[in-house]
Design a protein around this ligand. Structure first.
Ligand code: 3EB
Length: 345
């Protein structure tokens, strides 16, 4: 019986280059922000969100590792099935896929739909093949997320395609859906999706302050977004919490239009509500802001200082926070924050 837990680190390319082979033996995947990290990694899937870093965070990348005893037995190489690159151990799998819409048949939104459905079909095929059936967390990045195409916003076309792919593979589109985020990348970027999966079913958490996204009313799109507000993974050591992209939404409405400071505070109120809910579900106070690592998506780079100021009022100065420029999936949202944390049992 292996004992393993997932670990997230933000590491500079210089530090990456200095890591010993034993460390690489525990790495499931590496994510660059603006571009894939420029390191020669044959054993590890490498991808990029294509969202440029802001402030002092340039040159960092996101590293997903497993920690545990000596018998982790990671797959020895970065494997490939279709366009998905992945690596796994007994409990966890990291994978990534990038598809260029220009390389897909179809004009306008047809290419976006086809690329999204194909990406999810290929992801689900890997999950079945490796018996890591349960998606924990999915990061979705699509170019020009707010642009109108064929009478609808590209994000809404994406939601239709994502939901279709879940249904076609016999998966639920409500309740037991992964934690996720969906952000806009610059024009010309590929659709880039990376994910974590497990052979065990995670526990999904919804936010009592927000309508579940899979139950959003029709005015936000004929097909609701397929994600949970957070999910919990009970591991053999520790318990991981994955907080989805979270924004200034109460119920289903965006609040604090045009006020980035108030949006940041409201977003943190939502994350605090999720922490309370996670603690209620596990029956003890395992989770707090202190145990979390944050990624903050900023629509307008000029808002960075105001967001940093608002966050410094709620999180400790030592808290790991990465700031990235990205368009958020509603035009009126100026900031979105995601978080990941591990609590000891
Ligand atoms: C929201 O709460 C803001 O479509 O996967 C957050 C997290 C958001 C995930 C997704 C979208 C997604 O609706 C946007």
């Amino acid at each position: 019986m292996t004992t393993a837990s997932l670990q997230l680190d933000y590491v500079s390319s210089d530090e990456l280059a200095r890591q010993p082979a034993a460390w690489w033996g525990t790495v499931l995947g590496v994510v660059g922000f603006e571009r894939p990290p420029q390191v020669d990694l044959v054993h590890v899937p490498v991808t990029a969100s294509m969202t440029p870093p802001l402030g002092a965070t340039d040159d960092l990348c996101e590293v997903w590792r497993v920690a545990g005893d000596q018998s982790l037995e990671l797959s020895t190489a970065s494997l490939r099935q279709g366009r998905v690159h992945y690596r796994y151990c007994g409990e966890f799998l990291f994978g990534s896929i990038a598809i260029d819409e220009d390389a897909v048949d179809g004009e306008g939104s047809a290419a976006l739909l086809r690329a999204t459905v194909t990406a999810y079909q290929e992801i689900f095929a890997v999950l079945e093949q490796t018996q890591h059936r349960h998606l924990i967390r999915v990061w979705n990045y699509l170019p020009e997320i707010n642009r109108e195409a064929d009478g609808d916003e590209r994000y809404r076309h994406f939601n239709f395609a994502r939901q279709t792919a879940f249904l076609d593979s016999g998966r639920s589109t409500v309740g037991t859906v992964p934690a996720a985020c969906a952000l806009g990348s610059p024009a010309g970027s590929p659709i880039s999706i990376y994910f974590l999966a497990s052979h065990r079913r995670p526990r999904m958490i919804e936010n009592p302050r927000q309508t579940s996204a899979f139950h959003y009313p029709l005015k936000f799109g004929t097909h609701s977004p397929t994600f949970s507000r957070a999910c919990l993974l009970s591991e053999s050591v520790g318990t991981s919490l994955f907080v989805s992209g979270t924004a200034s939404i109460v119920g289903h409405e965006t609040i604090h239009h045009g006020d980035v400071t108030a949006q940041t505070r409201e977003t943190m109120a939502n994350i605090n509500a999720l922490l309370d809910e996670a603690n209620r579900v596990v029956g003890s106070d395992l989770y707090s802001l202190d145990g979390l690592k944050f990624k903050v998506y900023v629509r307008r780079p000029a808002d960075l200082a105001a967001i940093e100021r608002a966050l410094s009022a709620t999180v400790r100065a030592s808290t790991p926070i990465v700031y990235l420029q990205a368009d958020v999936c509603r035009e009126d949202l100026l900031v979105e924050i995601e978080a990941t944390g591990v609590a000891a049992c």
